[in-house]
Ligand binder design. Structure first.
Ligand code: S3P
Length: 440
């Protein structure tokens, strides 16, 4: 998908973030809207769809399986659902680019189809762990071939009779939970997943909102196979994971006062708000409302002096995608910030602990990776060159670091920002970041 790796960000130091903005649609919800809309009976209209490469990879996969999908057009997508058993064999492997969510959720959804399918992706995705889904799926009766290392390509054999299982997840992963619940729609009997800590629950909410009952008992979610999904109108809120860069940027840059509108504030996603507040951030949650079964609010963030903290481990799954940005906040805080219990960060789009530590050190910050986290001593941010290693969230996090840097920051390998945040450069520049992209 995004193969060239030539895009660089160049940032001049200083500035403040001011005004009102809206970041693109939620990536997790956009994926699920395409998936469930495709399986539904009837026509699903989506608004606020994220037109990023990851969610477009999901959209392309369903088109390749015979689903007629119009758009995206300014965030509007129309999905002509084919029903639970209406997908068709694609003519070749499904290329899911950089998108872990597409691959893990699709492996469950496709395990119970009548046809074979192969899932592939870019170099990062092909090196990410897939046993966490293939093992429990095999227990359900799925037949999936992976590499010896447990990575993609995943070859899913169709025509299997799946049976429900009761699965205790060893890692707190919404992708694994969603994968198994989606497989459970096609399984005989009941499929239950118990999570060791709360993870994002968009799949459960959307299934229930589209008429497919999900039993939720504490940390356990269960579905009964054999039901059907009703078409719906889905309004995707802005992605709090994309808002996170601006929450951090405005917090660290003196003179900032920013309003970020229509942000999804599902309580399984708001760890970034909690952690920043513990560090002393000034964030107001305004006008809370519910849109299509998901809580939404406007977030006002003003500059505030931050201090280092020990990040509560319970917050880790609730802020799992926001740590690159939070590490930049920690680098600008007074004192030491300690993260533990976050080994999952090592198997995201990059090893986010190592890549962030390397980048922070390149800017003169004292950052020490540990097996399951990092220790960051707050202080001054220098100038320098950082390699984002093709990880969208790392590129955008270091862009925000420029607000407090002593000189220019150059960030390499930024193409993948388009996987989750198309238009980042223009939006950030409009808010006050001195950013220039080169090599497009
Ligand atoms: C996601 C779940 C998270 C997150 C990813 C999106 C989802 O992964 O990191 O960006 O949409 O379910 P894990 O559930 O594996 O932690």
């Amino acid at each position: 998908m995004s193969g060239s790796n030539r895009l660089q960000f160049h940032l001049a130091p200083g500035g403040a973030l001011r005004g009102t903005l809206r970041v693109p649609g939620d990536k997790s919800i956009s994926h699920r809207a395409i998936m469930l809309g495709s399986l539904a009976d009837g026509v699903t209209g989506i608004r606020g769809f994220l037109e990023g490469e990851d969610s477009l990879a999901t959209l392309g996969a369903f088109r390749a399986m015979g689903v007629s999908i119009e758009g995206p057009d300014d965030g509007r997508v129309t999905v002509h659902g084919v029903g639970m058993h209406g997908l068709k064999a694609p003519s070749g492997p499904l290329d899911l680019g950089n998108s872990g969510t597409s691959m893990r959720l699709l492996s469950g959804l496709l395990a119970g189809q009548s046809f074979d399918v192969e899932l592939v992706g870019d170099a990062s995705l092909m090196s990410r762990p897939m046993r966490r889904v293939t093992e429990p799926l095999a227990r359900m009766g799925a037949v999936i071939e992976a590499t010896e290392a447990g990575t993609a390509p995943l070859r899913i054999r169709g025509g299997q009779r799946l049976r429900g299982i009761d699965y205790d997840m060893p890692v707190a992963s919404a992708q694994v939970k969603s994968c198994l619940l989606l497989a459970g729609l096609y399984a005989g009997g009941r499929t239950c997943v118990t999570e060791p800590a709360p993870t994002r629950d968009h799949t459960e909410r959307m299934l229930a909102g589209m008429g497919y009952p999900v039993a939720r008992e504490g940390s356990r979610a269960c579905v009964e196979g054999g039901g059907s999904v009703r078409a719906a109108s889905i309004d995707v809120p802005s992605d709090i994971s994309s808002a996170a860069f601006f929450l951090v940027g405005a917090s660290i840059a003196p003179g900032s006062d920013l309003l970020i509108e229509h942000v999804g504030v599902n309580p399984t996603r708001t760890g970034v708000l909690e952690i920043l507040r513990l560090m002393g951030a000034d964030i107001e949650v305004l006008n809370p409302r519910e849109v299509g079964g998901e809580p939404v609010a406007d977030l006002r963030v003003r500059h505030a002096p931050l201090h280092g903290i020990e990040i509560p481990e319970a917050q880790v799954p609730l802020a799992i995608d926001e740590f690159p940005a939070l590490f930049v906040a920690a680098a600008c805080a007074e004192g030491r910030t300690v993260l533990t219990g976050a080994e999952e960060l090592r198997v995201k789009e990059s090893d986010r602990i190592q890549v962030m530590a390397d980048g922070l050190r390149a800017l003169g910050v004292d950052a020490n990776p540990t097996p399951d986290g990092i220790v960051i001593e707050g202080g001054a941010i220098g100038a320098g060159r950082v390699d984002s290693c093709g990880d969208h969230r790392i590129a955008m996090s270091f862009a925000m670091a420029a607000l407090r840097a002593s000189g220019d920051i150059h960030i390499d390998d930024c193409d993948n920002v388009n996987t989750s945040f198309p238009g980042f450069v223009a939006l950030a520049a409009g808010a006050g970041l001195s950013i220039r992209a080169e090599g497009e």
